[in-house]
Design a protein around this ligand. Structure first.
Ligand code: HPA
Length: 267
């Protein structure tokens, strides 16, 4: 299936990306920062699922930024859309097969760590994926990666150091912490957030860990940045909403885009 999908893309473009970037909720506007060479809707690629989430366009964008070839996922796939982990992994694997070696994952997340504020950026130092199924369940594709991949450096330490340095030199405050993926689409209960806090999670959301696992498996160097769009349920008294997530993301998107552009330059 992947080889056939790769062939479909290769019949449209011979573009060779170096860096792959997954744009999270409210962050799709980053595509405007790229000199676009080609866009391919996921729906043009037989067997690939398409994005149904609000603000997720569902297409690959191939382009250049600061003389680097990048491929963007403008819109990702989520478990709560009814997709299987393997289906969520497919576009990530395709970007690797197209030649990308480094992957930047971004997302909107709820802040669990009490020192976090709305609008903060959190460098993902590690993740907890234990509440969602692995994209590696089932027969292993040995051509893609090994059966039992090591996850001890899932979020590449060198890339983390580069992002920290980039944020510092551009005066962009950057927190760091552990991201926990849940299936959604409901937000968490206060009891669940207390549990996640006890387990060592600093932020939570409905994406990213599944993609990171698939990416590590197929040999990507991975890094990730969460945008804290709200404080997680029960940290404050107010109810959560999807609109709040998109609104906050839109407010800080320019700074976020700067952080990503400068990171791409630096790696
Ligand atoms: N919980 C889960 N996913 C999220 C949140 C949250 O609080 N904010 C943004 N995505």
């Amino acid at each position: 299936m992947l080889q056939k999908q790769l062939e479909i893309i290769r019949n449209i473009t011979d573009f060779e990306p170096e860096i792959a970037i997954v744009l999270g909720s409210g962050l799709g506007g980053f595509a405007d920062k790229v000199d676009i060479v080609k866009t391919i809707d996921y729906s043009e690629i037989e067997g690939l699922k398409t994005s149904t989430a609000p603000g997720h366009k569902g297409r690959f964008i191939f382009g250049r930024t600061d003389d680097k070839n990048v491929v963007l996922m403008q819109g990702r796939l989520h478990l709560y859309e009814g997709y299987k982990p393997q289906e969520i992994a497919a576009p990530v694997r395709l970007m690797r097969l197209l030649g990308a070696k480094k992957l930047i994952l971004t997302n909107a997340a709820g802040g669990i760590n009490k020192s976090f504020n709305v609008g903060d950026f959190m460098l993902i130092s590690d993740h907890i994926s234990s509440f969602v199924p692995s994209p590696l369940i089932g027969a292993n594709d040995d051509a893609l990666g090994e059966r039992f991949p090591d996850m001890s450096n899932a979020y590449d330490k060198e890339l983390q150091a580069i992002i920290k340095k980039t944020a510092y030199s551009n005066d962009i405050p950057l927190k760091s912490g552990v991201y926990c993926q849940l299936s959604g689409p409901q937000f968490e209960t206060p009891a669940e957030i207390r549990m996640l806090s006890a387990l060592g999670a600093d932020a939570c959301g409905m994406s990213t860990a599944i993609e990171a696992i698939a990416a590590v498996h197929c040999g990507f160097k991975v890094c990730g940045i969460s945008l804290i769009t709200n404080l997680a349920c029960g940290i404050l008294d107010n109810p959560l909403s999807g609109e709040e997530v998109i609104e906050t993301a839109a407010k800080v998107a320019p700074t976020f885009e700067k952080l990503i552009i400068e990171t791409v330059k630096a790696i």
